[in-house]
Design a protein around this ligand. Structure first.
Ligand code: ADP
Ligand code: ADP
Length: 229
């Protein structure tokens, strides 16, 4: 069963830049699929077409069998977790209230969403005592973990991660990578993970989509197949 399908998808920005060129790609449900390639080859653009932060110029993007262009962008964004290089936490909200933001928008009570937030802190390797801190009182690695917890809070079937670990130091980065692998073993989410680091792609991915200059898909393979080639 395919969670995500791209069919003949291209994106040309208004200035004439072809960011994605005729992408055909199927992502199975429950897999961690990595988009890898050098800077500027269309990884982020491809990711953002899933939650309509970017609309394709041509072609069809489907999530769980639905053409995303038929789903209101706000609804779509709420139904997918999104983690970026910068955690994007709201500075004036505590950790637990940051994590609870989307569940609160979805009508979950403050009490329940905070309790759930504390549970999620544990699942990303953080102590519950951090729940009442503000983002500025956390390290970069802790902030990224909170970012992951926030993305998981709405229990989204699809999680989008755009270079989530690039801004933290290498030691913390390794911890975060292994925690993501543990999390994925337990949760079996469909995750799209963008990176320019081929080692990270091979470590994390069940499938790896290799993008090349001009926004073309050069290869789509398992890590084992990539290592053999
Ligand atoms: P990657 O994620 O692989 O670094 P991007 O998808 O961010 O690649 O960008 C692909 C190409 O599209 C690059 O040449 C980039 O400069 C260009 N691009 C990205 N966003 C825009 C935009 N909003 N307007 C014009 N060009 C853009
Ligand atoms: P990322 O690749 O992580 O999205 P960037 O620094 O490449 O980060 O892009 C930051 C923002 O600038 C994005 O919203 C992207 O769409 C936009 N952008 C990137 N390249 C271009 C470009 N050549 N022209 C206009 N906007 C761009």
């Amino acid at each position: 069963e395919m969670a995500i399908r791209y069919r003949g998808v291209s994106k040309v920005y208004p200035d004439g830049t072809t960011a994605v060129d005729n992408l055909d790609l199927d992502v199975p449900s429950g897999s961690l699929t990595v988009f890898v390639g050098p800077s500027g080859c269309g990884k982020t653009t491809s990711l953002r077409m899933l939650n309509r932060m970017v609309d394709p110029t041509s072609g069809v993007v489907e999530v769980n069998g639905q053409d995303v262009s038929s789903i209101p962008a706000a609804q779509l964004r709420r139904s997918m977790g999104y983690v970026m290089q910068q955690s994007g936490l709201l500075p004036h909200k505590t950790v637990e209230d940051n994590i609870a933001t989307v569940p609160r928008l979805n009508g979950v009570s403050k009490k329940e969403s905070r309790a759930n937030a504390r549970e999620l802190l544990g699942s990303v390797g953080l102590d519950e005592s951090l729940a009442t801190r503000y983002p500025a009182q956390l390290s970069g690695g802790q902030q990224q973990r909170v970012g992951v917890a926030r993305a998981l809070a709405a229990d989204p079937p699809v999680l989008l991660m755009d270079e989530p670990f690039s801004a933290v130091d290498p030691v913390v980065r390794q911890d975060l990578q292994h925690e993501l692998l543990d999390l994925q073993k337990r949760l079996h989410r469909t995750i799209i993970f963008v990176t320019h680091d081929i080692d990270e792609a091979i470590l994390l991915g069940n499938r790896v989509a290799v993008f090349a200059r001009g926004g073309r898909l050069a290869q789509y393979a398992t890590p084992e197949e990539l290592l053999r080639a």
